[in-house]
Design a protein around this ligand. Structure first.
Ligand code: HEM
Length: 159
C-alpha cells in the first residue's frame, strides 16, 4: 500500500479527481442484509458512540492514520451519528449532515484493498471488545461483521 495522505480540508472537489482514475468495484453497492435493529435497542446512542470511540483509538495507531484529520474527534462524532442510524436508532447523520452517500464521501481518500483490510482489522478489534464493554449483543457480532466486510468493499476506489 502506498502511504495514504489526507487531501487539504478546503478541498470541495477531490483535488486529484481528474488525474486519478476512480476504481468502481464490479460487485456494485453492498447487498448484505442491514444490521439488526436489536443492536441499537441493546446499546443506545451512548453505547454506540463508545464503540466508535474504540474504533478511532485503533485507527489512531493504524497504518492508515495519515488519511484522517490530525484531530480525529470530529470524524469520530460524525461516524457515531452514522452508526446510530445504521444499527437501528434515529437517523442522526442525516439530520445533522445530510444524505450519508458514504461512497461519495470517501472518494477524496485513496482507498485500496490494503487500506480496506487495515480499516476492517481496526473495527474487528473494537468489535471484539464491544459485547463486554458496551453491551453489543454477542449474537449479532457475526452478522454485523459480514455487513462491514460487504460495505467496506464498496468504499474501495483505487484498484
Ligand atoms: C474501506 C475502508 C475505509 C477507510 C480506509 C475509511 C476511511 C475514512 C476516512 C479517511 C474518513 C475521513 C476522516 C476524516 O475526515 O478525518 C472516513 C470517514 C467516515 N467513514 Fe470511513 N473508511 C472506510 C470504510 C468505512 C465504512 C465501511 C463505513 C460505514 C459502514 C465508514 C463510515 C465512515 C463515516 C460515517 C465517516 C464520517 C463521514 C463524515 O465525516 O461525514 N467508513 N472514513
Amino acid at each position: 500500500m502506498s502511504t495514504p495522505s489526507r487531501p487539504p480540508d478546503h478541498a470541495v472537489e477531490p483535488p486529484d479527481r481528474r488525474t486519478r482514475p476512480v476504481h468502481v468495484p464490479l460487485e456494485g453497492p453492498p447487498r448484505a442484509p442491514a444490521p439488526s435493529p436489536e443492536i441499537f435497542a441493546a446499546m443506545g446512542e451512548a453505547g454506540i458512540a463508545a464503540m466508535i470511540h474504540d474504533l478511532y483509538a485503533e485507527l489512531e495507531r493504524s497504518a492508515i492514520r495519515g488519511m484522517f484529520a490530525a484531530d480525529m474527534a470530529a470524524s469520530a462524532e460524525r461516524s457515531a451519528a452514522f452508526f446510530v442510524g445504521l444499527l437501528g436508532g434515529p437517523p442522526r447523520y442525516h439530520e445533522r449532515y445530510g444524505p450519508p452517500m458514504m461512497r461519495a464521501r470517501h472518494l477524496p481518500f485513496p482507498i485500496d484493498e490494503a487500506a480496506r483490510l487495515e480499516w476492517l482489522a481496526c473495527f474487528d478489534r473494537a468489535l471484539a471488545r464491544a459485547p463486554e464493554r458496551h453491551g453489543f449483543p454477542a449474537e449479532h457480532v457475526e452478522g454485523f461483521r459480514r455487513f462491514l466486510d460487504a460495505f467496506s468493499r464498496w468504499m474501495v476506489n483505487v484498484a
